[in-house]
Design a binder for this molecule. Structure first.
Ligand code: CO
Length: 174
């Protein structure tokens, strides 16, 4: 097990659509275990493979964040049902340290995915876990939560986004 470095906005890997997982092998199981450890170490509720620099459709979501935690590995996940009127709630992202904003999400979702044994499984999620499922699946399409903020929230995020962009340039000498 290892804690993986988390890619921070505006790292281009966060914008690249991830590819479907075709082979579930020991390397993928290792990646999943490392992603769980990385998410827990960072006290996150979810983590998507592009956030650790891997362009594959795999995410970790904690389905019991308010209790002891129940991290699940979702491979090639698809939301098959959304219900309820979308609700505005505060959200953060491990790839945007320190930044939080309000995003509208469905309050309940059902997600279908493969597990590490290649079996098709379904998970029903609500509240924070439902929000995390939607947030993490967006990552697989190169979509970031700040893209979905309302116009005024987006406007007020600009200084923080510019600071992250500035830090990234300094670090990577873009
Ligand atoms: Co995120």
């Amino acid at each position: 097990m290892a804690i993986l470095p988390i890619r921070v906005y505006p790292d281009p890997v966060l914008r690249a659509p991830a590819q479907p997982v075709t082979v579930i092998d020991s390397a993928l199981r290792q990646l999943a275990a490392d992603m769980v450890e990385t998410m827990q170490d960072a006290r996150g509720v979810g983590l998507a493979a592009p956030q650790v620099g891997v362009g594959q459709r795999i995410v970790i979501v904690d389905f019991a964040p308010d209790e002891d935690g129940d991290p699940r590995v979702l491979i090639n996940p698809v939301i098959i049902k959304r219900s309820g009127k979308k609700v505005l709630g505060e959200e953060g992202c491990l790839s945007f340290p320190g930044l939080r904003t309000r995003i509208k999400r469905s309050p309940k979702v059902v997600v279908e995915a493969q597990n590490l044994d290649g079996e098709i499984v379904e998970y029903a999620a609500e509240g924070l876990s439902a929000r995390a499922v939607q947030h993490e699946l967006d990552h697989l399409d190169g979509m970031l939560f700040v893209d979905k903020a309302g116009p005024s929230d987006r406007q007020s995020l600009m200084p923080e986004l510019e600071e992250l962009e500035h830090n990234y340039e300094e670090l990577h000498q873009v």
